[in-house]
Design a binder for this molecule. Structure first.
Ligand SMILES: Cc1cc2nc3c(=O)[nH]c(=O)nc-3n(C[C@H](O)[C@H](O)[C@H](O)COP(=O)(O)OP(=O)(O)OC[C@H]3O[C@@H](n4cnc5c(N)ncnc54)[C@H](O)[C@@H]3O)c2cc1C
Length: 334
């Protein structure tokens, strides 16, 4: 049981980092099982643009759907064509395990897809393996306060993987890719919905779920001065800006920047939590970060339990010093 099929989601013309993480894990599992194979699904107006990268990640077979319904600016495709195309490919590929990135678009369709292909589903897992003819996985539950050990048998089993669960790593040797073009036609009238426009929160912002550095503001950031410090730090680090519910309720940051149980899940290399207490509902969205730097004036704030580095102090004093040090470092490097 080791024919793995992974969905390589395209956003802003690129395969998402989370999809590459999922592909890397699939390659690892396939390498451990006799006869293990990794195939990928790409849906875009120009899937060929991604074949070379897929080969570098060790994909042996790609199922390509060419359709403008999956093209930018349709960055969040309608759920009906996505479900229909994935179901058609699963029927054709007959995989043992289907691995999807746990992105918003996938969360919307996972249940429908699993029902359509009569497969058990393990949603939002943080690790998975194929053992003794079954998929065994771990998934954070109760706002990531507990880890559930789950298991599913069937062919296929559908799994969705949380961001940051595995590193994205290229194969030592690029594979030779076998391409299967899958005929697909979707009548938008059938779904009853038409996606006219994707409205971005702000132009030029770094995508939170793809960012390698995130600066996140909490209620401790209480005014425009604090907001400017956050923006300056983020600009110096090339970071995306996130926020806790506390900061959003204070009206300083847009709801689209919310990180946590009811917001986005992020898994950057570095997460800088500024004036955030570290409530469970917030931690649920950033616990996959590789390193966490917490700045809080309360030494007992729960956020320090999740921090790799902690700075106890007033953010209005710590951030200017941090920014100054970064500027000095940048000037000595240049
Ligand atoms: C069902 C449900 C879902 C939720 N979903 C989410 C979610 O998705 N995301 C989310 O974030 N929250 C969520 N919440 C809210 C969550 O429980 C917390 O209330 C929220 O995360 C608190 O935000 P905060 O840490 O910014 O504010 P607070 O808890 O008020 O913490 C502010 C922190 O700033 C520190 N501070 C204050 N001034 C300074 C200063 N000058 N310098 C340094 N530190 C300072 C304080 O010591 C404190 O630790 C949810 C709640 C519920 C019930």
């Amino acid at each position: 049981m080791a024919r793995l099929l992974a969905f390589a989601e395209i956003r802003a013309g690129r395969i998402t980092r989370l999809s590459l993480e999922a592909l890397s894990r699939c390659r690892e599992i396939a390498g451990q099982c006799r006869g293990g194979t990794v195939a990928a699904v790409v849906m875009s107006d120009n899937p060929h643009a991604h074949f070379e990268e897929l080969a570098r990640y060790g994909v042996e077979e790609v199922f390509a759907v060419t359709d403008t319904v999956f093209a930018s600016p349709h960055e969040t495709p309608l759920s009906a064509p996505l479900t229909a195309a994935l179901a058609a490919i699963i029927d054709q590929a007959v995989p043992d395990v289907v691995v999807l990135p746990s992105e918003e678009s996938v969360k919307e369709i996972l249940g429908a897809l699993a029902a359509r292909v009569s497969a058990p589903a393990l949603p939002d897992v943080c690790s998975f393996d194929v053992l003794d003819g079954a998929v065994k996985a771990q998934r954070p539950v109760f706002t990531a306060g507990f880890i559930a050990h789950v298991r599913a048998e069937g062919s296929p089993v559908v799994v969705s993987l949380r961001a940051g669960s595995y590193a994205a790593s290229e194969s030592p040797e690029p594979s030779s890719l076998h391409v299967r073009n899958v005929p697909f036609a979707f009548d938008e009238k059938v779904s009853g919905k038409t996606l006219r426009k994707v409205v971005k929160a702000a132009s030029g912002r770094i995508d939170l779920s793809e960012a390698s550095v995130v600066v996140a503001a909490g209620r401790g950031v209480r005014d425009e001065k604090g907001k400017r410090l956050i923006e300056e730090l983020a600009a110096l680090l090339g970071a995306a800006i996130g926020a806790s519910r506390g900061a959003i309720e204070a009206g300083l940051f847009p709801p689209s920047s919310l990180i946590g149980q009811t917001g986005k899940t992020v898994s950057p290399d570095v997460y800088i939590a500024v004036g955030i207490s570290g409530a469970l509902q917030h931690v649920a969205g950033m616990s996959g970060s590789r390193a966490v730097i917490a700045i809080n004036k309360d030494a007992d704030a729960p956020v320090f339990r999740h921090a790799t580095y902690g700075i106890t102090g007033d953010l209005y004093e710590v951030l200017p010093a941090f920014i100054e040090a970064l500027k000095q470092k940048a000037s000595t490097v240049n």
